[in-house]
Design a protein around this ligand. Structure first.
Ligand SMILES: Cc1ncc(COP(=O)(O)O)c(C=O)c1O
Length: 313
């Protein structure tokens, strides 16, 4: 990670190296944070943040689920992110807003500890590798299950959830795979450690519903929209594990992974063992929009250098 100049903290820009917290902050001990991962793309009209409002909304939702009162409104947070990209003079970047329970009480019940919000941004390339988007990746079904309903809330993007993701990812990489796919507590397909998942069979896209312990991905939602527009049938439905193996195509979606084809699962070749036509079509549309090569017909981009109220875009 290459540092940028400034990080936003509770309404002020501070130097990157000053964005530190006490080791006894609640979040360090108990994972009590909610956060987002957002991409800002380079477009001919300058940098533009992808689905800024939707990301801020999910962060506000995550905070609500965890009874965290954020000291800033959604509009203020969105504006802070646009300003951060301007201040750091980035052309494209990844943004990481995080709200955390800070220093004070050390017991689990520390609702009076301050809620601190930080927003950082930095340059980040392709998450699963440059080739992955064209060639596809080799993945496995994880031996780790995604959290059961009513344990850790899957709809919240909270720090603690990523202990489960770390177990999945570490196991996958140690065993020679790029990523792991978790099943839910009923044994149905859930999602990757940091991605939603889609499969294609006979021209129809299938993706697990929100009830399968998945994060409501914002890229997932973009794919639902694109598929509808491109007249590709899509169902949100329970997916048995073995459907993955016999699919014509499987692919991940996520802010980091964007749309990444999967060419093998548990060493079983998926389809023809390379990116399939549906993933390619969706990628083409997706990148044309986010890179500003085609009109932003869904209002997904917030241009950084155009100063206007985010809510009014
Ligand atoms: C567990 C998990 N699922 C899915 C996603 C994809 O969500 P999004 O498209 O909003 O990045 C992510 C990444 O944020 C994730 O961490």
């Amino acid at each position: 990670m290459t540092p940028t100049e400034k990080i936003w903290h509770n309404g002020r820009f501070i130097p990157w190296e000053d964005a530190t917290i006490h080791v006894l902050s609640h979040v360090v001990n108990y994972g009590s944070s909610v956060f987002e991962g957002i991409r800002c793309y380079s477009t001919p009209g300058g940098p533009a943040i992808f689905r800024l409002r939707e990301h801020v909304r999910r962060m506000v939702d995550s905070a609500k689920i965890y009874r965290m009162e954020l000291p800033f409104t959604a509009d203020q947070l969105a504006e802070a992110m646009l300003e951060l990209v301007r201040v750091n003079k980035m052309d494209s970047c990844y943004l990481r807003p995080i709200a955390l329970r800070g220093y004070g009480e050390i017991g689990v019940h520390a609702v009076k500890n301050p809620i601190e919000i930080y927003i950082a941004c930095w340059n980040w390339g392709k998450y699963l590798g440059e080739e992955a988007l064209a060639e596809g990746v080799d993945v496995c079904v994880s031996s780790w299950t995604r959290f059961a309903p009513n344990t850790l809330p899957a709809l919240a993007k909270a720090g603690a959830n990523y202990m489960n993701s770390q177990l999945m990812k570490m196991e996958a990489v140690i065993n020679g795979y790029v990523e792991g796919i978790a099943l839910d507590t009923n044994g149905y397909v859930s999602e990757g450690s940091g991605e939603n998942i889609f499969l294609v069979r006979d021209g129809r896209i299938h993706t697990p519903p929100l009830g399968a312990s998945v994060l409501p991905g914002i890229t997932r939602d973009a794919i639902l929209t694109l598929a509808r527009e491109l007249d590709i049938p899509l169902v949100e439905t329970i997916v048995p594990r073995e459907m993955l193996y016999i699919a014509d195509e499987v692919f991940f979606s996520g802010t980091a992974a964007e749309i990444t084809p999967i060419r093998s699962i548990d060493r079983i070749t998926i389809g023809k063992g390379r990116r399939g036509p549906v993933a390619e079509r969706l990628q083409k549309e997706f990148f044309a929009i986010v890179e500003g090569k085609r009109p932003d017909r869904f209002g997904w981009l917030s241009p950084v250098n155009v100063r206007q109220p985010v809510a009014a875009q």
